[in-house]
Every structure is written in structure tokens, then in C-alpha cells.
Design a protein. Sequence first.
Length: 281
Amino acid sequence: MAILLEGRHIAEKVKEDIRLKVLSLKIRPSLASLMVGDNSGAVSYVKSQAKAAEELGVEYQIHKLSSSSSQEDIIGFVRKLNNDKSVNGIIIQNPLPEKIDYKAVSFSMDPEKDIEGVHPANIAGIITGRAKFIPCTAYAVMELISASGINLYGKEAVIVGHSSIVGKPLVFLLLDKLATVTICHIGTSQAGKLEDHIRRAEVLVVAVGKANLIKGEWIKEGAVVIDVGINRVNGKIVGDVEFSAAEKKAAFITPVPGGVGPLTVAMLMRNLVEAARLQQG
Ligand code: NAD
């Protein structure tokens, strides 16, 4: 039976370390969270970010713009936050209203304050192995893999899902550790090849958003399985991996909920404190 990689517990250790770093800074780190319009999809993230900020003694400012704001208005506001010396980190909460281009808005952030690691300058840092800020979910996945104790050198690492915030950055983070990396997506499934890739994965990361997409019997004996997916099924939150069958084959597996999610918020705070450290000079 697999050992559970409980993000909740690992997050507590990460937060302990962050608390000490906050105490060693000359300034109190401050995070500006920008919401546009109703943004009900972001409410639970904002709550957990605000709670973590309070626990860690960092400031969390919520800025709300009306849904009628134009893209130029939003970018103008982001520029104000860029120039505000009392702000060390910025988060643009998704989803933005449909007419707004998230990339255009997030690319207007000062990369030194982009604690989610979505600005092209920070993405380039990941590719070149000199990242200042790693996208928080990918960062949490690497922390969980590290908690399993596996040495990634030469391992078959398979990622399912190629989003900019999870799958794509993970390719480079895993390559940096000299794993052999394969990335699967909808095209892989439609070509009928997903199962073959999963069967040889020694490290498997799944970030799709489809409950039970990955069958437990496909999991390689002794694999490390990180399930990023969040799906609501009959009022319960589940991941993308068929957990009860997968835990019989894997050596390590993340639960959903309680795996990647809580650690993602902790990694965001780690990035904020690093931003504050760099900005204080
Ligand atoms: P996304 O929604 O942008 O993209 C989905 C990916 O899944 C794409 O690469 C797509 O090609 C692939 N895909 C879709 N159907 C597939 C199939 N049948 N077979 C193989 N691949 C398929 O991805 P995202 O924003 O990274 O989100 C993915 C999941 O991770 C969602 O459930 C999301 O809620 C969750 N998530 C969790 C956290 C966290 O902190 N726990 C953070 C981010 C995302």
C-alpha cells in the first residue's frame, strides 16, 4: 500500500521555515491580490491565501476592480502596483472577465513582483535553470516528489496535462534533475497512447481535471504519483487518478484533497518572501 504524501503536513514545515525568514527581513512582506468583477471562482483561493498570510505575519491586500473595467484600466492598475514600493508581490486572480486577455494583464506585471511565476521573464528563468519565481503548483509538485525521497536522475517521469502553470514548467524542473521526461495531453489520449505512457512512469504527475482519467491498474509498481486534478463528483472533491486502485500499486501517492492544494499556497508565500528579500536590497 502506498505511503501518502500529505501536502498539508509538508506545508506546515514549509510555513515554519517561511516564518523564520519573515522574521529575518527588514520589511514586512506585502502581497496585492487583484480581483476583477464577480470572480466567484477565485473566492476559495483568496480565502486560503489570506489565511496563510495571516498565519505567516505577511500583509494581504485585496484590490477589487469592477467587471466593466477595460483591459487598459486593469493594466493601468497593475502598473500602479508595480510602482508601489509597499507591494512586494502581485497575484492576478483568475478567472478574469471573458473580454480580458489574462496573458496581456499578467505580462504587464513587474517580473520582480510576479510571485506566481507567469511573466515571460520568469518562464525564461525556468528554461535556463535560473528561475527567481517558480509557478506555485509546479513548485509544490517538486516539493512533494522531493518528500518521497526518490532520486530523479534517469527516472521515467510522465506528466499528463500541458498547461502553462503546471505541465510546461514541470518539464524543465524535472529535466533539471536529469529525469527522462514525457508530456502527455489530449492529443496523446485521442491517439490511444495514454495508457502505454502511464504504464512505464516511475514518477507520474497528472494535471487534467477529469475524475478517474488515470486507471489504477495502469500505475507502475512502486511509482510516485502526484495528482494535481481537482474534480467535484457527487459533492466530493476527487483527483484525476483512480485513487483506491492506484494506492495498491504506487509507492507514494498524494491524496485529493490534502495533497498538492495546501502546498501550492505555501509555495506562493515562499515566493513572496523571496521577492521581499530581493527588493529590500
Ligand atoms: P488546463 O485545464 O489548462 O489543461 C488541461 C490539460 O489536460 C491540457 O493539457 C489538456 O490537453 C489535457 N487533457 C484534457 N483532456 C485530456 C485527456 N482526456 N487525456 C489527457 N490529457 C487531457 O490545466 P490546469 O490549469 O493545469 O488544470 C488541470 C487540473 O489541475 C484542474 O483540475 C485544476 O483544477 C487542477 N489544478 C490544481 C491546482 C492545485 O493547487 N491543486 C492548481 C492548478 C490546477
